[in-house]
Design a protein around this ligand. Structure first.
Ligand SMILES: Nc1ncnc2c1ncn2[C@@H]1O[C@H](COP(=O)(O)OP(=O)(O)OP(=O)(O)O)[C@@H](O)[C@H]1O
Ligand SMILES: [Mg+2]
Length: 294
């Protein structure tokens, strides 16, 4: 089982979209996949058609389970996860897709509890996930924006971290800061957790033929900041944003079209990097643009 966190401290750049579409694409190809929603905004749940509303549903929140475990109580993850494999039903040879859902009040309370206990409390999620053994091939963790104890918990839980950038300077800065944070996780958790940085996705890009200096600046900046961008960018595509409203990721709804294909390519590159040392990773070339200083 490989645990991958999709993280950057910058908000609204596409962490959730990347997480659910990579997970859905991987499940379509036959893998057993768990999406973990660690963001109190609970958008990964929305993207998969799960919204925890009303008191009766709070017990299904991952926030509740994290609180319980942080206070020494046992709560098994299979009791609370949602099986979303029906989204894959039209696809032959598909795998399975499960979700650990979030809810704002319970997740915020979990965040406060972990914050009070300090860094030694951040491996809580990793320990719970490792108890699942090899039930899943891959776990994809969607993380909240900003630096918080939940972000620290997500990084501590993961074997690999993928960051996300859009063609705007604050996003580049946020991704670089998150890449830096990954380096400290091992020390801060007393050696228990040791995630490997795996690269950066450029999301909401245009076709390269339409790139303006801003996009070139960000792409080159990603290389200079050693963010190790992937070869495949994810284009701005309304099918990706609209799919949130349908509770079915674009990688499934449009599996044979651009969204499905691009996320499929990206997942292929992520899996390839897991098998290779960083010096062998393929990254895009630096772009020289005439008449602009980039
Ligand atoms: N490639 C894309 N094309 C079109 N819209 C996109 C794309 N990626 C993301 N979006 C849209 O941008 C918005 C922000 O995306 P998303 O929620 O995935 O970002 P986020 O980083 O998870 O945000 P937050 O920090 O609030 O958790 C959403 O409305 C989403 O539908
Ligand atoms: Mg999000």
């Amino acid at each position: 089982m490989k645990i991958i966190a999709i993280a950057t401290q910058k908000g609204g750049v596409g962490k959730t979209s990347t997480a659910v579409n990579l997970a859905a694409g991987l499940a379509l190809c036959g893998s057993h996949v768990l999406v973990v929603d660690l963001d109190p905004q609970a958008q990964a749940g929305t993207a998969l058609g799960v919204n925890l509303v009303g008191e009766s549903q709070l017990a299904r929140s991952l926030g509740w389970a994290l609180q319980a475990r942080s206070q020494g109580m046992r709560l098994e993850l299979p009791q609370i996860w949602f099986d979303k494999s029906e989204l894959l039903s039209e696809w032959e040879d598909a795998g399975t897709l499960h979700l650990l859902a979030s809810e704002e009040s319970t997740m915020t309370a979990a965040q406060d509890l972990i914050h009070k206990k300090g860094y030694q409390a951040t491996p809580v999620l990793r320990r719970m996930l490792l108890e699942l053994g090899d039930y899943f091939d891959c776990v994809i963790v969607d993380t909240p924006p900003a630096v918080s104890s939940l972000q620290a918990t997500a990084l501590a839980a993961s074997d690999y971290v993928v960051t996300v950038c859009i063609p705007e300077y604050p996003a580049l800065k946020g991704a670089a800061a998150t890449r830096g944070t990954v380096r400290y996780v091992k020390d801060r958790t007393g050696g228990e957790c040791d995630p490997q940085y795996l690269g950066a996705v450029l999301n909401r890009s245009n076709p390269p033929s339409k790139w303006k200096s801003q996009e070139v600046y960000i792409r080159n900046g990603m290389l200079e900041a050693d963010l190790r961008p992937f070869m495949t960018d994810i284009r701005t595509d309304n099918r990706i944003s609209d799919s949130f409203a349908f509770g079915e990721p674009a990688a499934i709804r449009f599996a044979s079209h651009a969204p499905g294909k691009l996320y499929g390519q990206l997942m292929g590159q992520i899996l390839e990097r897991m098998l290779q040392p960083p010096e062998k990773w393929e990254t895009p070339d630096r772009i020289e643009m005439e008449g602009t200083s980039v």
